[in-house]
Ligand binder design. Structure first.
Ligand SMILES: NC(=O)c1ccc[n+]([C@@H]2O[C@H](COP(=O)([O-])OP(=O)(O)OC[C@H]3O[C@@H](n4cnc5c(N)ncnc54)[C@H](OP(=O)(O)O)[C@@H]3O)[C@@H](O)[C@H]2O)c1
Length: 265
């Protein structure tokens, strides 16, 4: 896919991978739609990059309200740019807590943002792409969409759900030439763990060493741009941790042994 002058909508654009994607897409000369709740951060980012007003649109969006508001957000983008070429569903939240201790409200919030909100926005945009007979839906999943690990049960569930949903959708949209791409990052050095919820829904406020040693978000964004340009179906982005999927696939008992050791269980 040639990205120049394409309209690219990035959710969760206020930090981490999303903010890096804004920079990477701007470098490709795209028209960019930025969404998140922290609008001041989105404004600061477009100012920092000196993006001209005809090249971007900020659509404030809380993914927990997507079921009611996604159609309006989509209309706002169509009013400004007339089309949507790429939607990158990147907004997401994690939690750090054991399954039996996690309040149901925390599980619901994670699923609402990472899956149900994403599903509502996907549907609103997919209908437009079907009419255009072109477009690409990108889901920022996770390595944890492929297997489970301790203390991230609902997060893993949300990313497994996204994988299944997008893989089904890929077949349904193929006749209309709408593509579906899944990105599965490993450790990327962002605030995702810092912004995680604890078992009661309070801010976790600690970062993990693995996160801090992860791939820089700018490098991750460049790899995502490359996957979009090459029209890939699923791409893993990160360091050696991404190879654990092969250990899990070929020798699941060894994988479980290693993970128990790693998590001191
Ligand atoms: N970093 C990693 O190692 C890693 C690994 C695998 C997958 N991922 C995935 O990558 C995506 C981006 O995460 P990140 O690492 O860049 O973390 P991050 O820095 O914490 O960014 C998360 C983004 O999601 C947005 N967001 C959170 N709740 C939202 C809500 N209710 N409505 C709208 N936007 C919301 C945040 O914006 P506001 O707070 O301004 O709304 C923020 O822009 C997530 O889907 C995450 O699951 C990350």
């Amino acid at each position: 896919m040639e990205l120049q002058h394409k309209v690219v909508w990035i959710t969760g654009a206020s930090s981490g991978i999303g903010a890096a994607l804004v920079k990477a897409m701007y470098a490709q000369n795209c028209k960019i739609v930025l969404s998140a709740r922290r609008v001041a951060r989105l404004e600061a980012l477009v100012q920092h990059l000196s993006i001209s007003t005809d090249q971007y649109l900020i659509v404030p969006a809380d993914m927990e309200k997507a079921e009611e508001e996604a159609e309006q957000w989509t209309q706002a983008v169509l009013e400004k740019f007339g089309r949507i070429d790429v939607l990158i569903n990147n907004a997401g939240i994690a939690h750090k807590s054991r399954v039996v201790e996690t309040q149901a409200a925390v599980e619901r919030k994670v699923m609402e943002i990472n899956f149900f909100g994403l599903a509502a926005l996907t549907k609103a945009v997919a209908k437009q792409m079907q009419q255009q007979k072109s477009g690409m839906l990108v889901g920022i999943s996770s390595l944890l969409g492929d297997f489970g690990l301790p203390n991230v049960g609902a997060y893993c569930a949300s990313k497994h759900a996204l994988n299944g949903y997008y893989e089904s959708l890929r077949y349904e949209l193929a006749a209309d030439k709408v593509q579906v791409l899944l990105i599965a990052p490993g450790f990327i050095n962002t605030d995702i763990t810092l912004n995680s919820l604890d078992k009661n829904g309070k801010a976790y406020q600690k970062n993990s060493k693995a996160q801090e040693k992860g791939m820089p978000p700018d490098k991750c964004a460049r790899k995502i741009v490359s996957a979009i340009r090459k029209e890939k179906k699923k791409v893993y982005v990160g360091g050696v941790e991404t190879y654990f999927r092969w250990v899990n696939f070929y020798t699941p008992s060894l994988f479980r042994y290693l993970m128990k050791k790693l998590h001191k269980l």
